[in-house]
Design a protein around this ligand. Sequence first.
Ligand code: ATP
Length: 269
Amino acid sequence: MKNSVAKAQPLPNISLKDVGGLGDEMKEEILQTLTTLKDKERALKLGIKPPKGILLYGPPGTGKTLLAQAIAHELNASFFSASGSAFNELFVGVGASRVRSLFQAARKQRPAVIFIDEVDALAGRRKAHGGEEGEKTLTELLVQLDGGHSNDGILFIAATNRKDMLDEAFLRPGRIDFSFHVPLPDTKGRREIIDIHSKGKAIAKDVLTSLDGLAESTSGFSGAELFSLFESASRHAVRNGRDMIQKQDLDYALDRTILGSTSRPLQDH
Ligand code: ATP
C-alpha cells in the first residue's frame, strides 16, 4: 500500500455534478479556479496566477475526496492519491523519499493532480508533529511544493478534518493558494446528495415523493452517510425479495445509520 503512492490511480468517472451540497458560491469559485487552470495563458495575461495548491477542509464524509477526483477529471489529469499517514515512517528519510517519488512520478504524467487525504498526518504543526522523521518529511513536502516551473501542470490538493493542526509554512500562498471549506450539507445540499445517490435505483413511488422530507429529517448527516443510507436500503430490499426500495427498507437503513453514527454533532441545518 505504502509503495503505491507513486502510481497514478484509475480515476472514476466523477464530475462536479456528482458532488452535491457545495452551494452556489463554492461551485462558482471552483469553476473559476478550474478555468484559470484550463486556460492558463489567458489567465496569466490577465494577471491571474493559476493555483498550485488547494486545501479542502471539513468534517469526515463530506465529499472532499470526491471533489478532488471531480477536479482531476475536469482537468483531464492523471490522479495520484495517498493518505498523509502513508508517509509516516520510523526510519529517518523514508517518508521524505516517498514524497519525492510521488512528485517525480506525477511530473512524468502531466497534467496531474496529487491528492493527499488526511494531510495533517504529514503537514501537522512542527511542534505537534515531533520527531526528526516527521520534520524531514514535511520539509521535503515544502521543497517539492516550491518546485517552481518543475510543477507546471501539477495541481496539489490536500484534504483534512483538522485545518487547525496544519503547519503555517505549509499553508503559505504559493504552496496552498485556496482553502475551501466543505461543510456538512444543509437541507438543500442533502436534497441534492439524495438525488445523486437515489438516481438509477428502483424506488417505490411513495418513497420518491417523500425524499424532500428525508432531506429535512436527516440534519447532521454527511454525504457519505446519505450514500450508505441508500446502499443499506437497497441491500435490505434485495434481502427481502423486493424489486424496489420500499418505505420499510429506507426506515431500516435510517435506523441503522442513526445507530451507527455516535459522533454526529447535534446541530440543525
Ligand atoms: P474523509 O474526510 O473521511 O476522507 P471525505 O470528505 O473525503 O471523507 P468522501 O470520501 O469523498 O468524503 O465521501 C465518501 C463517499 O460518500 C463518496 O464516495 C460519495 O459516495 C459520498 N459522498 C460524500 N459527500 C458527498 C457529496 N457532497 N455529494 C455526493 N456524494 C457524497
